[in-house]
Design a protein around this ligand. Sequence first.
Ligand code: GDP
Length: 365
Amino acid sequence: ALQAGIVGLPNVGKSTLFNAITQAGAESANYPFCTIEPNVGVVEVPDDRLNRIAEIVKPQRILPTAFEFVDIAGLVKGASKGEGLGNKFLSHIREVDAIVHVVRCFEDENITHVSGGVDPISDIETINLELILADLETVERRIERTRKNMKGGNKQFAKELECLERIKDALYNDRAARTVELSDEERPLIRDLHLLTMKPVLYAANVSEEEAANYGGNPYVKQVQEYAAQENAEVIAICAKVEAEIAELEGEDKELFLQELGLKESGLNRLIRSAYKLLGLQTYFTAGEQEVRAWTIRANTKAPQAAGIIHSDFERGFIRAEVVSYEDLIACGSMAAVREKGLLRLEGKDYVVQDGDIIHFRFNV
Ligand code: GDP
């Protein structure tokens, strides 16, 4: 399953946020493919389309799709040189598909800040510097190897070298590898390096309890937003402490508490949706009397591979997909009306599944 890693300096609220995630977490029996480890939390992706489809199909149960958050603790200054849990920390980051970087934006004199005072930009730069240094080492090692390979006269290596030099330049200037523009041809050349600063990032600005619903006056959040804009990253403001409280409640109690706080929904839901988008994920649905269910795919996935997420037999024996778009189903109001209007499409093995497609797969066993 895809994973988003939670990172940040000590005492910024990572554990608090992670606890909220596991507390609100999904029933793991429904997601047998998910990892069960203390630092992994499975979350369901809130998607109102599921409820709208269910109103039409009236299934026995509704199952959202899910992905995983991993708590990656232990980053300190000097990690790239192996200090603290440095190396272990960096290898955990290498494995995740996206990064949620928690930044302290709340004042609280009872809680020590590792570097003296609240200063989100300096915090972000401390962490980013460790990631940049680790990448620099990776890139330099690769440049040496590519130079040797070039002696064979293969033009592909010249291209690779040129691309590596550009990334090295950016890293030397304290910029993340993701800020380097790469062509579709270049990207695969360096993919296997798994650069840490190439991964998409979402900054989670941890604000105070008073600011949970309205953080407009928090100057730190503004700083983070400005910083993130420069590197094409996203920001979400959230109060970890309040999220931990919300996550303990259910049903009506939860609704009331959210109302009291002046929130339409939990910050956790916003975080989950942003991370889902950050991972470049899309959703398709299956809809039957037993269950209406959301499934996660990467953009540009073809029908047989999308079917394979349900079961490998579906992919192996794929015949065709019967597809209706979410908008068409809602507009028609029933599957029967969809058929009558000719809006149920038969698609073959080259069909690229679209976000919101409702699919019935036909397959041989
Ligand atoms: P970590 O080291 O990044 O995992 O940080 P923790 O989650 O352990 O939080 C450090 C301290 O900050 C704990 O005492 C938390 O209760 C507190 N804390 C976390 N989030 C908030 C918040 O939004 N507001 C306030 N006032 N305290 C918070």
